[in-house]
Write a protein that binds this ligand. Structure first.
Ligand code: ATP
Ligand code: MG
Ligand code: MG
Length: 535
């Protein structure tokens, strides 16, 4: 089918040729409540929302695909609802696959009666081999009475029942392996389901539920990632076998990022083994994780919708993602100053421009952002004693003219060193000097009471490889150190910042406040570095 991108921005109008949209568009997002949403899920959710609510005047269903009681929890379900809300997605209806367990059970009985399904007790390993080799199960031609009796046994959850599966009778050896008699029901009596408790001992598989519940709920277009393409024929077979209404399949590319795991199973492992602080860890590719790292929701929406419904599977770069985000944060990020605490150099400042004859500090109100002045003012403190970063101090040459940001130029008149380390500097103000002529614009803080302790935290990718192969062992591909902390002091304005504020420390980059300062108790505030896509 044809695919054209008509527009480059978020309001892009993708002509993906959904079949017969004039007959109505009902899409669905069907997450399994077995983890938090990652940005791959966000793509599926945003695309379904786009077609249902933006491109067409349709309906979006949110369906919790809760057919595996071993992995699912209410906590995950609540988190999914909340994350969709954060992304601006409001489903028109919320349901659960488990709401349809009775209907699905009845449809399975119907298939057993009609001979389009059979019960099988071939051990799982052998069943897998036979499917690979195109060999029929010895139970394939059992009569409906036997099949129904075995399904009844499964339904009771007896030890005999647990040995059995129900399989759709499609094909033994079709070249499309998805059509080789897939399992549609299994018996799992011991684990209570998080919603239906111990009512059911048998659970339908994804392959069975997905087409049937789509048809029952009135879905018109089932959007799925391209790996499911082989299963489209199976999906359509189920609808026909049960004479259910038609649903169109439509596929789009899975979202992948370099050095990033987008699999709930692997992400769960990182959480469960304490490799990360939790699902909202800023290193996690979850909706919560990227937000905590400083990604804004409009940036997430723009980035994902720009990928559009394209079918090319590519390993995306985070640089483009964070560059999109930078456009959104730059105009709202007020500027502040921080200097590394363990490497600050004291400078004495003299010359014309000091307001107080005794060198004592004074303050002035300056814009928080030179360009976006509506961000308001901040207090900048000046004085005859200031602090600069060691790396800056170590780069100065005798009599070099530098610029003190937010103040003016100064000459470096004296450099006192101990080995390679600068101990102190003597600066002579030259406020009439032209800041366009200096090479170094230096951040500095007046040395005085009231500086705020801050911790700046930067992160690395959790995994060492661009892409994990199937035979890679996760544990062997984990980056040993992924968290880097620098203790700093910052200007007094930083004491007023709150969690989630996004700011810039001049020359250090963009940061999101993850913990506010508690100045009275000497507790440092914590800021996470927000990548900008530039190395
Ligand atoms: P995971 O392996 O991460 O658990 P999943 O498909 O098993 O993925 P579901 O909760 O069933 O997890 O997914 C909900 C929806 O999100 C499905 O429609 C699925 O196709 C889609 N989805 C999952 N991962 C991605 C991805 N990386 N890119 C795009 N869509 C995705
Ligand atoms: Mg799934
Ligand atoms: Mg999966």
């Amino acid at each position: 089918a044809k695919e054209t991108k008509e527009d480059e921005d978020t309001n892009a109008n993708y002509d993906i040729g959904l079949q017969e949209p004039e007959k109505g568009v009902v899409t669905r997002f069907p997450p399994e409540p077995s983890g938090y949403l990652h940005i791959g899920h966000a793509k599926a959710a945003l695309l379904n929302d786009y077609f249902a609510h933006k491109k067409y005047k349709g309906t979006l269903l949110l369906r919790f695909d809760d057919t595996n009681p071993l992995k699912e929890k209410q906590e995950f379900q609540d988190a999914i609802v909340e994350d969709l809300r954060l992304m601006g997605i409001t489903p028109d209806k919320v349901s659960h696959t488990s709401d349809y367990f009775q209907e699905l059970y009845d449809l399975c009985v119907q298939m057993l009666q009609e001979g389009t399904a059979y019960a099988d007790d071939t051990p799982q390993e052998k069943m897998r081999e036979q499917r690979m080799d195109g060999i029929a199960s010895y139970r394939r031609d059992a009569p409906p009475e036997d099949n129904l009796a075995r399904f009844e046994e499964m339904n009771k959850g007896t030890p005999e029942g647990t040995r059995w599966f129900v399989r759709a009778k499609i094909s033994v050896d079709d070249t499309n392996k998805a059509l080789r008699d897939p399992v549609i029901y299994r018996c799992s009596p011991d684990q209570p389901h998080h919603r239906t408790g111990s009512t059911w001992k048998v659970y339908p598989t994804y392959d069975f539920c997905c087409p049937l519940v789509d048809a029952i709920e009135g879905v018109t277009h089932a959007l799925r990632t391209t790996e499911y393409r082989d299963r489209d024929a199976q999906y359509q077979w189920m609808l026909k076998a049960l004479r259910l209404r038609n649903v169109y399949n439509w596929d789009f590319a899975r979202l992948n990022f370099v050095r990033t795991l987008l699999s709930k199973r692997k992400l769960t492992k990182l959480v469960d083994t304490g490799r990360v602080w939790g699902w909202d860890d800023p290193r996690m590719p979850t909706v919560r994780g990227v937000r905590r790292r400083g990604c804004t929701i409009p940036a997430l929406q723009e980035f994902i919708l720009k990928q559009g419904p394209s079918k090319n599977i590519v390993n995306l770069q985070w640089d483009t993602f964070w560059a999109t985000n930078k456009k959104y944060i730059d105009p709202v990020a007020a500027r502040y100053t921080a200097v590394a605490k363990d490497a600050m150099v004291r400078c004495s400042v003299r010359g014309e421009g000091l307001k107080n004859a005794d060198g004592s500090p004074w303050s002035e109100q300056k814009d928080k952002h030179a360009k976006y002045t509506d961000l308001g003012k901040k207090t900048v403190v000046f004085g005859a004693e200031i602090l600069v970063d060691q790396v800056d101090a170590a780069s100065f040459a005798q009599d070099e003219e530098i610029t003190l940001m937010n103040w003016g130029n100064a000459f470096v008149r004296g450099i006192t060193k101990s080995g390679d380390t600068v101990e102190c500097l003597d600066l002579e103000l030259n406020l009439a000097g032209d800041f366009k002529k200096t090479k170094k614009k230096i951040t500095w803080l007046a040395a005085k009471q009231g500086l705020v302790l801050v911790e700046l935290v930067d992160f690395d990718f959790l995994i060492t490889k661009d892409k994990l192969d199937d035979n890679d062992v996760l544990e062997d591909c984990l980056t040993p150190q992924t968290e880097f902390r620098t203790a700093c002091v910052a200007d007094e304005n930083v004491a007023a910042l709150r969690v989630d504020d996004i700011i810039q420390f001049d020359r250090k980059g963009y940061f999101r406040c993850d913990r506010a300062a508690d100045v009275d108790n000497g507790v440092a505030s914590v800021f996470f570095q927000i990548p900008t896509g530039k190395k």
